[in-house]
Design a protein around this ligand. Sequence first.
Ligand code: PAF
Length: 284
Amino acid sequence: MIIHTIEELREKIKEWKKQNMTVGLVPTMGALHNGHLSLIKKSVEKCDKTVVSVFVNPIQFCPGEDLEKYPRTLEADEKLCSDAGVDIVFAPSPKEMYGEGHILSNDFLTYVIPPFFYTNKLCGKSRVGHFDGVCTVVNKLFNIVQPDFAFFGEKDRQQLIILKKMVKDLNIPVEIIPCPIVREESGLALSSRNKYLSDEDKKYALALSQILFNIKACYNKGITDVKALTETAYSYLNEHHSLEYLEFRDADDLEEKKIADDNTIVFIALKISDVRLIDNIALK
Ligand code: PAF
């Protein structure tokens, strides 16, 4: 069942809560793939009722990013959700979420701003304001749906760490359930943005997972010096890759690591033909 308005969704949630049912929320921007389906499957298994939100959130896109061309496939998304046992697909319009006129500047909208220490690095460095937009919309979705559990992919690991911090700092009564990255057989992490890649680009995109798997293999052999581990990446890169970052950071607070340990996440972002791809791996 698809619902477009907050009011109608709230009625449904109220009914479920009256019956003491647990509610799971899977927030998405649509263009659903098997990565999303793994989150949805977890929610359907764990919760009495599952809501999947499909909303391309304009306030998390920076100027010059792909807001207009971001893939929108609501009909297909709805079918995938109903086949997977989802109870409600919540697909609001920007106007429903942000009001008349879509005034999206932070002079006109109450934002949730995560700590600078968490956002001034990795993706936050090139996507200024992105995580403010993410935290604001996720906070709104939490207030609208009031889920017991919310499911987020480890693919967007910085987002996951920031959202966990938001839930803790603001005492939001929801449990965040992290879900592992789903990869193609080739190793490429699934992403809605993979749709922008040509077959040729997809071959170059394998560098991301190859670099991460190789770093993990070296770590497992006993190499912990981050400089040495970083150097292992260069042989996978060529003129088709524009490396944005390759960084080793703490899994809880994103502090930089000079010596890798079991609580280290290796983060990578690179561009291929102007398509920005990210991936990460936990060394444990
Ligand atoms: O990860 C995403 O798809 C989005 O950032 C989210 C969490 C749905 C918020 O718009």
